[in-house]
Write a protein that binds this ligand. Structure first.
Ligand code: FAD
Length: 479
């Protein structure tokens, strides 16, 4: 039996209607609506279907979305990633991956971001919640009974908790750091130019022409539905000289439609106008405030490069993790949001650091900023491709042997122990599954029930002993 809901539901403000904010909103509406209500605020006047165009979602995120009842392939938002190629700036194919995928091919997806966000918004509406558009956060203050969020050109709102899911340039983070320069994300040397093209050959050819031969950089293509490809081209360039306003300088390229002279052929042949962004890499040390009423998730907490495809995935994971900490807090008698937020910030920080760090190192390896590192990269990739081919051959042989063993009713020990999806790419799901979470909760409730039973038994024994002692005392007095 779940514990009865608290009399007053706590109110959570979610700032930012990006992937992290919307997924967290759905988590609360699906699993914690007995204890919490939500309001979502977004600075833009409506959804931006084009920001980022596509993302690759790995199995750790796809599983969490499935647990929310979202099947992106069935909803026509995503295609299983069947084919990806990585090219050097000279046009040489460094890696052509058909086999670098998890066992379940439907759990590594190329997701069209506009359709995905539209799906999340529909689901939100279906569960009775709406996004408040055109509300830019300009301040977050501690209020006597929670938090007060101030908006540009709109009245402020108070609530019990504020979740900042407002991306790389988070206004909530700026408030958390009281505007100190430490709130600014740090730029990398790398920029990404990206778009969608109807045919893969046209995309690879135009990118080969675009990048200087032998220069640092690389480009990759990812298969989409109907033969189209999502392409992304990484270049090295230092951020332009700092001007008076550091925020404006660093913000350069943020989702800019890209159309310089001499690049018309890219625009003509792309399905969408290509865009260019600078890549960021910072893991902020402070992601929750001391009063425990403000917490950051997604890019607001750790802007990261795109090289390991875990940016949005980490935002989705954090939504699930934060919801679980909030639920645990709701089940406790004191219902302390502060304890939940502190526990979440402590538990999620190590994985965020690891994922963002892996993104930076993968970037350094792929970009090959120096001639020697390009040579090392190409040698390493050739080795990986050879090892991958060998692995595939071995796997085929093992499958044949496994089938023979299964026919004899004797599964191999190695097969039973092999939990890792792939020798190179570790797609293991590191956040507990919904099933594990429920099991842990049932065990916790059982422990509490057992504790209560022991307590009752101890009290009954004590009462009996007391009664016996009193009876013997009264007998002695009578005697
Ligand atoms: C080209 C490219 C490719 C990528 N590829 C991948 C990939 O393959 N796999 C992957 O997992 N990730 C990928 N990423 C990263 C991924 O897109 C981000 O990590 C993810 O979108 C972050 O989601 P978010 O909700 O935290 O932030 P955002 O998506 O940035 O959303 C933040 C929202 O908050 C709003 N907002 C901002 N400031 C305010 C304010 N003051 N008040 C109110 N609202 C505000 C913004 O308008 C926005 O809607 C890629 C990114 C790019 C650019």
């Amino acid at each position: 039996m779940p514990p009865s809901p608290t009399p007053r539901k706590k109110h959570i403000l979610i700032i930012g209607a990006g992937i992290a904010g919307l997924c967290f909103a759905l988590q609360i509406l699906t699993h914690a609506h007995d204890y919490y209500t939500i309001s979502v605020f977004e600075k833009t006047p409506g959804p931006d279907a084009n920001a980022g165009f596509c993302i690759i979602l790995p199995p750790n995120a796809v599983r969490i979305l499935r647990e929310l009842g979202l099947d992106l392939v069935a909803e026509d938002c995503a295609t299983p990633l069947t084919h990806t190629r990585l090219h050097s700036a000279s046009g040489e194919t460094l890696l052509e991956a058909r086999g670098l995928f998890p066992r379940d091919p439907t759990s590594l997806l190329t997701v069209e971001r506009g359709k995905f966000v539209a799906l999340l918004l529909r689901q939100l509406q279906r569960r009775g919640a709406l996004v408040n558009w055109d509300r830019k956060v300009i301040g977050v203050l501690s209020a006597p009974d929670g938090v007060e969020v101030r908006f540009r050109d709109a009245p402020s709102v108070t609530a019990d908790l504020c979740v900042g899911a407002d991306g790389t340039w988070s206004g909530v983070r700026k408030a958390l750091y009281s505007g100190r320069p430490a709130w600014l994300p740090k730029p990398t040397r790398w920029t990404a130019l990206y778009g969608i093209s109807p045919v893969e050959e046209s995309a690879t050819e135009m990118l080969r022409l675009y990048l200087r031969r032998g220069a640092p950089g690389a480009y990759a293509t990812y298969s989409l539905s109907r033969g189209r490809v999502f392409w992304i081209c990484y270049e090295s360039s230092t951020p332009s000289s700092p001007l008076g306003d550091p925020e404006e300088t660093l913000r350069e390229f943020e989702y800019l439609p890209y159309g310089p002279a001499g690049f018309g052929h890219v625009i003509n042949r792309a399905e969408t106008t290509p865009r260019k962004v600078r890549l960021w890499h910072t893991v902020f040390a402070t992601t929750a405030d001391v009063h425990g009423v403000v917490v950051l998730i997604g890019d607001a907490a750790h802007p990261q490069t795109t090289f390991v495809g875990q940016g949005a995935a980490r935002g989705i994971e954090e939504g699930a993790e934060l919801r679980r900490h909030l639920l645990r807090a709701a089940w406790a008698p004191e219902h302390s949001l502060r304890a939940a937020v502190t526990a979440f910030a402590q538990a999620s920080a190590p994985r965020s650091r690891r994922v963002a760090g892996a993104g930076w190192w993968a970037g350094a390896a792929v970009m090959g900023d120096w001639a020697w590192s390009r040579w090392a990269r190409d040698a390493a990739v050739r080795w990986i491709v050879r090892a991958e081919r060998k692995r595939q051959q071995q796997q085929q042989q093992q499958q044949v042997h496994a089938r023979i063993r299964a026919a004899k009713g004797n599964p191999s020990r190695k097969q039973r122990q092999n939990k890792r999806e792939h020798w190179l790419l570790d797609y293991r799901v590191l956040v507990e599954t919904e099933e594990e979470f429920c099991r842990a909760r049932a065990a916790q409730q059982q422990r509490r029930r057992r504790g209560r039973r022991w307590m009752c038994a101890a009290l009954a024994c004590a009462a009996l002993l007391l009664a016996a002692a009193m009876a013997s005392c009264s007998g002695q007095i009578d005697g």
